[in-house]
Structure formats: C-alpha cells, structure tokens
Design a protein around this ligand. Structure first.
Ligand code: ATP
Length: 359
C-alpha cells in the first residue's frame, strides 16, 4: 500500500503542486519548458536590492574574470581535508594582493587519476564561485592552471567544516570559553541564512546545503563567521527551475520531497535543505534521520513525517524548520527565514545548552 502511495500518488501530487505554483508565478506552462541553466547565461548584474542584506550584497560584473595564480606563487602545507575529487591543503600564496605579501589559503586539488570530466567539474565550480562576493559565501581567490591538473585557491577557514565543528563542541565543558550556547546556534543559522538570501537573489540554486558544506572561520565566537562553500552541485538558473538528469549521487537526507520525486531543484528546495541544516546546528551535528537508511528516509519524508525537535532547539525555531518542510508552494523564501531568525535571536535569552551524547 505504502509503495502504491509513493509510486503513483506522490508524483501526481508534486507535479500538480509545482504546476499550480508555476501558473501562479505566471511562468511558462509545462514541465518540459524547464531550462538547464549554464553559467554564461546569467547576466552578472542580475541582482535586486533587499533591505536586510543589501549592505553586504556586492556584485561587480567587472570582477567576473578568474584570477590566475602561478604554481611558483603557491607553497603547499599540511592536508586539511579530503573531498570526493581530491585533497584540500593548507598553504600560502605569495604576491597575490600586492607584491611582497604572503597570505594563508586553502588549496583544493584533484587526485592524480582524476578524469577529464572531474577536471571540468572542478573548473566549473571555480567559475561559479568566482561570481560570488559575500561575507557568508566562501571566497575563491584564484585558480592555478600551470600543471596537468588545476588547483582552486580558496580563502582559508581555520576551523574547517561546520558539521565537524559542531560535533567537536559537544566534548567541551560548559565552563570552556569555546563551549556553544543558545545564541551561538542562532548566530550560525543567521550566517547561513544571509548567504542563502544572497544566492536566492542571484537566482543560484545550491542543491547541497548541509553543515558539511559550510565552513567556520574561527572557534572564537567574536571572530566566528560561517560561510557556505562547496559549489560542486550548485547551478545557476535562468528560469525558476533546475532539473537534474539523475546522474549524480543525491544527498537524500537534505532533499525536499519534490527533489526526491522528480529531481527538481529550486530555491524552495534549497529552503527545505536549509531547514535540515538548522536542525543539524541545533542538534550539534547529529546526522538527520540517524536511525534510518536512505531508502527509509525517502519513504518517511514522502509520507509527510518530519525530523523531531532537537533537545536544545527552542520551540519557535523548530516552528521555522517546520515551515521549511511544508509543500513547495507554501514554503516561504530565505528573506522570510532571515527576518524571523533575526527577530527570534533578539527575543530569546542566551542559555547554556544541555549536554548531548558524544558521538
Ligand atoms: P567535493 O564534492 O567538491 O569534492 P567535498 O564536500 O567532498 O567537496 P571539499 O570541498 O573538497 O569537500 O572539502 C573537503 C574538506 O576540506 C572539507 O570538509 C573541509 O574540512 C576542508 N576544506 C575545504 N575547503 C576549505 C577551506 N576553504 N578552508 C578550510 N578547510 C577547507
């Protein structure tokens, strides 16, 4: 019976709901009209001002050219992470901002046996990232094309990815100055929401919003900034939709029902993932639906079940998460979530967090 619901009823429901939404947007009429966006189709100046985040919105079409960095300018240091395509190193780059200077950077490399397809994907990621200038989006500093394989040179985020950071913080005593408090959780949600608003304004769909793809600048709360990174799956869209061909591995625990059902990715499906990301933050890095397999998650989500409220999550913030997990046409946009997170942050007093089991 459950199989019948998933196979027959759900696709019809989502097609109808998205069709209704597209009509109400005065958009094109059929699903087959969906455009596959490619980077050069999007005009650089395509932004609108928004009062909440416009002070940080900075986009200059003249800055579209990617900075080329020579191999001899780069000094490799230790490995700080490994991705699907290869290692990420800490390092330094000489004479980048001006001659005689040396700055710390992260260098994303490709495995020695990487295919030409993977090489193209890395360069595409660079092309996408180069379009962004925002406090909460990881900055691409340049690319090095001198060897057989390109390197991406990125701003260094000292504390690494957000998921690991949250889990590490579980081990800290409440008396530790780096121990997380309730206001820290709000601050991290707000940082990511600001980055998401910017991407929404630029009509970029990230498609892989998750704590593992966000990076943290510092453990010290005064200097801590969370930025959205990893644009390996991101696509810019000319129309409101991006439809995937189904060849990629899918982050199903973060995916909206319509993405699971018909592989459709929009800013609204990014909103769903953002809800899961806020859930990860408030559960201090727990894996979503930890007791379920990927296949069980799909059935659970399509049946209308949702992640439970985490121990340290204020009920008002959980209500916001539930809004992220409504039907696509009822889901508010990122501007709504940013406004509400800012308001909640002002109105809720800071508090110590209850201890969460160490993973
Ligand atoms: P991809 O799918 O593109 O391979 P990935 O999510 O597998 O991406 P990478 O972007 O390659 O991962 O990054 C791997 C790890 O390296 C991250 O989880 C993070 O810990 C570290 N890392 C990546 N970029 C930076 C950076 N700019 N500063 C600090 N650490 C970074």
């Amino acid at each position: 019976m459950l199989g019948f619901i998933v196979i027959i009823i759900c696709p019809c429901y989502f097609y109808c709901s998205i069709y209704r939404q597209r009509k109400s947007n005065n958009d094109l009429t059929t699903m087959t009209d969906i455009e596959l966006g490619i980077p050069h189709e999007v005009r650089c100046e395509y932004t609108q001002l928004n009062t909440i985040y416009s002070p940080m919105l900075h986009y200059n079409p003249d800055e579209c050219a990617i900075t080329k960095i020579a191999r001899k300018q780069i000094i490799f240091g230790k490995i700080i992470g490994s991705g699907v395509f290869g290692m990420v190193y800490q390092g330094n780059v000489k004479n980048l901002e001006s001659s005689g200077t040396e700055i710390s950077v992260a260098i994303k490399t490709l495995r020695k046996d990487a295919s030409s397809h993977e090489k193209k994907k890395l360069l595409k990621e660079a092309e996408l990232m180069n379009r962004f200038r925002h406090k909460h989006i990881l900055r691409l500093l340049g690319v090095c094309l001198d060897g057989i394989y390109p390197f991406l040179v990125l701003e260094l985020m000292e504390t690494g990815d957000l998921s690991r950071y949250l889990r590490d913080c579980r081990n800290l005593e409440a008396s530790d100055s780096h121990a997380l408090r309730l206001q820290d959780l709000f601050a991290m949600c707000e940082d990511v929401a600001r980055g998401c608003c910017y991407l929404e304004e630029l009509r970029f769909v990230h498609r892989d919003l998750a704590c593992r793809n966000c990076l943290v600048s510092s453990r010290n709360r005064e200097n801590r900034i969370v930025k959205i990174g990893d644009f390996g799956l991101a696509r810019n869209i000319y129309h409101d939709y991006y439809r995937m061909r189904g060849e990629d591995l899918l982050p199903v625990r973060w995916m909206a029902p319509e993405s699971l059902m018909i592989r459709i990715f929009t800013s609204q499906s990014d909103v769903w993932s953002f809800g899961v990301l806020m859930w990860e933050i408030t559960s201090l890095g727990e894996q979503p639906y930890v007791d379920k397999t990927n296949a069980e998650v799909i059935i659970y989500v399509l049946a209308g079940d949702r992640l439970p409220m985490p121990l340290n999550c204020p009920s008002a913030l959980y209500q916001l998460m539930l809004r992220c997990w409504t039907a696509a046409d009822a889901r508010p946009n990122f501007e709504f979530f940013l406004k509400n997170i800012i308001t909640l942050r002002k109105n809720i007093e800071d508090a110590l967090l209850s201890p969460v089991d160490i993973l």
